[in-house]
Write a protein that binds this ligand. Structure first.
Ligand SMILES: Cc1ncc(C[n+]2csc(CCOP(=O)(O)OP(=O)(O)O)c2C)c(N)n1
Ligand SMILES: [Mg+2]
Length: 362
């Protein structure tokens, strides 16, 4: 067991952890900007979702959780990869995808990152080491394992960051992945984004646990830790330790990051104030909002002023509005496009399909 996987850092001192000490003022502001971009993008998406005929399918909002995706992405190097579940807008923007390609994807347009065929749950950017966007709960966990396996196989010193919700920890696929990760020494970091709810079911009603969910890693003799997601410095400090463990020691980690979502499970979840109280939501917004807290931190440090914070936020809002216009003006995919970029087309009669081997051919 490794509850103290950050042995050199006192709980109150994450700003002075090695990875945060070297963070420049410019980078700190940039991370603030990214969080406001994510929030403004999703607020725009929500506003436009309700307009008839704009977007089809689900829309799962990440609002309230922004520090997690931005904190993790801020640590990624050339050989680090990221994969997540369906609540994927933030991860996509955090790794550097543009609002235009993301908004157009929500609108099902040909200019979308998945050419309008994926929608909200399937943002992808292989060129940015971002592997989606997956709708089956815990379906991404063996895929995250595979990303880590690929790194080890190719002797690349990187880490695979595999995000999952608190509702995914009871899936067999997750446990099978933990087993292999520990057994084979796979450089994967499983990040449980614990927002307290799986659709309308609270964590306490859906999961059996002693102290926390990450503790299950004990059974696999794997390192784990619990993170306060509202503290951007803590997210980065503990993520960094886990990523370095993966890169340098080829050891997996389970991190449980506590966070909260302000909206329903998806826009279809109109009753999200029934399974939790409006007071609970208001309390988080008021006292635990990760963007407000990061902003306050930067104001206290003298890195940011109220005026510059406002300017950044306004720019993010305008960028989101422009992405809506881009999406609206973009063409829909054509009928012929429907058979393009699908697995059959890529795989059919290729050399790889004949030998039944698709990866690791070098
Ligand atoms: C295998 C499987 N079972 C059920 C569902 C339906 N489903 C979609 S999301 C969800 C809840 C997952 O909650 P959590 O993992 O906590 O993620 P969050 O929505 O909080 O980000 C469920 C049960 C599914 N998509 N896949
Ligand atoms: Mg959840």
């Amino acid at each position: 067991m490794d509850t103290a996987s950050s042995p050199n850092i006192s709980p109150l001192d994450f700003a002075s952890s090695p990875i945060n000490k070297t963070l420049s003022s410019e980078k700190k502001i940039e991370h603030y900007r990214q969080m406001t971009q994510i929030r403004r993008f999703e607020q725009s998406a929500l506003k436009n979702y309700s307009k008839k005929g704009t977007m089809g399918g689900f829309l799962h909002l990440y609002i309230g959780q922004e520090s997690l995706a931005v904190g993790a992405a801020s640590l990624m190097g050339d050989h680090d990869h990221m994969i997540t579940a369906y609540r994927c807008h933030a991860h996509a923007l955090a790794v550097g995808m543009g609002m235009n390609e993301c908004m157009a994807e929500l609108y099902g347009k040909a200019t979308g990152c998945s050419k309008g065929k994926g929608g909200s749950m399937h943002f992808f950017a292989p060129d940015k080491n971002f592997w989606g966007g997956h709708g089956i709960v815990a379906g991404q966990t063996p895929l995250g394992l595979g990303l880590g396996y690929g790194l080890k196989y190719n002797n690349l010193h990187g880490s695979a960051l595999c995000f999952l919700g608190d509702g995914a920890v009871n899936q067999g696929a997750f446990h099978e992945s933990l087993n292999i990760a520990a057994l084979f020494g796979i450089p994967v970091v499983y990040v449980i984004e614990n927002n307290g709810y799986s659709m309308g079911t609270s964590q306490k009603r859906s999961s059996a646990y002693k102290d926390c969910l990450a503790q299950r890693a004990d059974a696999y003799d794997m390192d784990w830790d619990v993170v306060n997601g509202e503290d951007f410095y803590e997210v980065r400090a503990k993520m960094h330790i886990a990523m370095e463990r993966a890169r340098k020691e080829l050891k997996p980690t389970v991190l449980e990051i506590n966070t909260y979502r302000y909206y329903g499970h998806s826009v279809a979840d109109a009753n999200h104030k029934v399974y939790r109280s409006p007071e609970e939501i208001e309390k988080y917004k008021r006292d635990h909002d990760p963007i407000n807290l990061w902003k306050q931190r930067l104001l206290d440090e003298g890195v940011l002023t109220e005026e510059s914070a406002k300017e950044i936020d306004t720019a993010s809002k305008n960028e989101a509005a422009a992405s809506v216009k881009f999406a609206e003006d973009s063409p829909a995919p054509t009928a012929e496009d429907i058979t393009k970029d699908v697995y059959w087309e890529t795989d059919n009669n290729t050399e790889a399909s004949k030998i039944g081997r698709h990866f690791f051919n070098d």
